[in-house]
Design a protein around this ligand. Structure first.
Ligand code: SF4
Length: 456
């Protein structure tokens, strides 16, 4: 490991520090054992022989471990990058193919402390009454009010931050189309970790969470790139991951594999602009299929309508024309947007059509088809993914990326972040990736030695 990044964390300040490389070794060992709490590292450094051996007898104070946890985040990206570059140099890794997937991880925040704007306002008022001594002494304090002045000050600050984030979420909701807009009273924020978005985890529990992304090289199964973001979905993460991976891999990435959540028009276009082949199905995940099957009154699907690019119209299965009737801007992730055009058949044709019962919605007089700008990219991607040769290459995806998260969840304890806030969640993700990669590199090196020593 390149220790320069670690030494810089402690350079020029305070008294002589513990050797950060020793501390990192001990922490990575703890991560492999699924122990991510600095308080546990403190105990383990005193009691665990492996820790004593790794740290040459170091027994730092509890505070030192917490301090190290908060400082090391700045160096992790550099350490990870150096590790991947070294693996490429030693031919342990070919960065031409990357497989991306994501998983949600519960934030270090209670799911019982999620409140809406009205409750937040009420609590702010009560807390300020308590701090200013205006709260009637006969009235008992609610349990959420901290007993100390320091705790109350801390809570007031978090409430302030939560209020700003809640306002942003309400404003974003107001920009959505009427049909997709939520009741503002149902928009909530977590008081324990206001930055964490709210969403459903793998167990379908609604809670504050962060989303972790891995890009794994399918042969070596090393994690080439990773990130942890304050988002509740995977959409919009593909292109930033491609860009960060290209920096690490020196532009040698040629193919990305991912599931349908990473295959929007913007993703396909972004990959094409960068000269990357994207292998990902278009809306073919089981959730979409189940939703389609659940619809009892399914209309004739859009792919039965033929688009005529030259005349800018659709032709329906009955041979009628659906002509262009207008367009509107559709918001996409990252502040991007796409035009969505509408094509409509005239009611006189639909009214006498023998296919009307299967084609029209109940109460509708004519059929409308919507087409997004760049729809031809999705159609081409769908056709490409139906090719058996592409399907056999794509089969590699499921065999690799899921293993990385299965290992993280089941063996390294990535069920919930230990530290509060996005910075600590990022640090924990980075440390976990370093630990997983070190273990994998060790296995690859041993396999290489064994195969060299095996007689033909
Ligand atoms: S209902 Fe209208 S759009 Fe649908 S097939 Fe008949 S004519 Fe075509």
């Amino acid at each position: 490991m390149d220790r320069q990044a670690l030494d810089e964390l402690y350079a020029g300040v305070g008294s002589l520090a513990y050797d950060p490389l020793m501390l990192l070794k001990m922490v990575l060992y703890q991560y492999l054992k699924g122990r991510r709490s600095p308080a546990t590292w403190f105990e383990e450094a005193k009691l665990n022989e492996a820790m004593q051996w790794l740290g040459r007898g170091y027994t730092p104070a509890r505070r030192t471990w917490y301090d190290f946890r908060d400082r090391v985040g700045e160096a992790i990206d550099q350490l990870h990058r150096k590790m991947i570059e070294t693996a490429i140099e030693h031919n342990l890794l070919d960065p031409a193919v990357g497989v991306q997937d994501g998983t949600s991880v519960a934030a270090c925040a209670s799911r019982h402390q999620m409140i809406n704007k009205e409750t937040l306002g009420r609590r702010k008022q009560l807390l300020s009454n308590v701090v200013e001594g205006k709260h009637p002494s006969a009235e008992p304090l609610p349990l959420w009010v901290p007993p100390t002045d320091l705790g109350r000050h801390d809570l007031a600050e978090r409430m302030q931050r939560a209020g700003k984030i809640l306002d942003e979420r309400i404003a974003k909701n107001a920009e959505k189309q009427a049909g997709k807009r939520k009741d503002p009273a149902k928009i909530q924020v977590s008081l324990t970790d206001p930055i964490a978005p709210l969403g459903r985890d793998k167990m379908k529990v609604f809670r504050p969470l962060y989303t972790v992304q891995y890009v794994i090289e399918p042969t070596s199964r090393l994690i080439m790139s990773y990130c942890c973001d304050a988002v509740a979905t995977d959409s919009g993460t593909l292109i930033p991951m491609v860009d960060s991976l290209q920096q690490i891999a020196g532009g040698r990435l040629k193919t990305m594999m991912a599931d349908a959540a990473y295959c929007s028009i913007l993703d396909i276009r972004g990959c094409a602009d960068r000269g990357i082949e994207l292998l990902a199905p278009v809306q073919a995940n089981t959730f979409t299929e189940k939703k389609k099957q659940a619809k009892t009154n399914r209309q004739i699907p859009r792919d039965k309508f033929r688009f005529d690019d030259a005349r800018n119209c659709y032709q329906c299965p009955a041979g009628r024309e659906l002509s262009y009737s207008g367009r509107e801007r559709k918001q996409r992730h990252g502040g991007q947007s796409l035009w969505e055009s509408r094509y409509r058949c005239i009611p006189a044709h639909c009214g006498i059509c023998p296919l009307a019962a299967q084609c029209l919605r109940p109460g509708s007089s004519s059929r409308t088809i919507k087409r997004l700008e760049g729809q031809e990219l999705l159609d081409a991607q769908r056709a490409k993914m139906s090719d058996p040769e592409v399907q056999s290459r794509y089969a590699l995806r499921g065999q690799t990326v899921e293993l990385g998260f299965a290992d993280a969840r089941n063996h390294r304890g990535l069920q919930r972040f230990h530290g509060r806030g996005i910075d600590r969640a990022r640090t924990e993700t980075g440390l976990l990736v370093l630990a997983q990669n070190l273990l994998r590199l060790d296995r690859l090196k041993r396999d290489a030695i064994n195969s060299a020593n095996t007689p033909n």
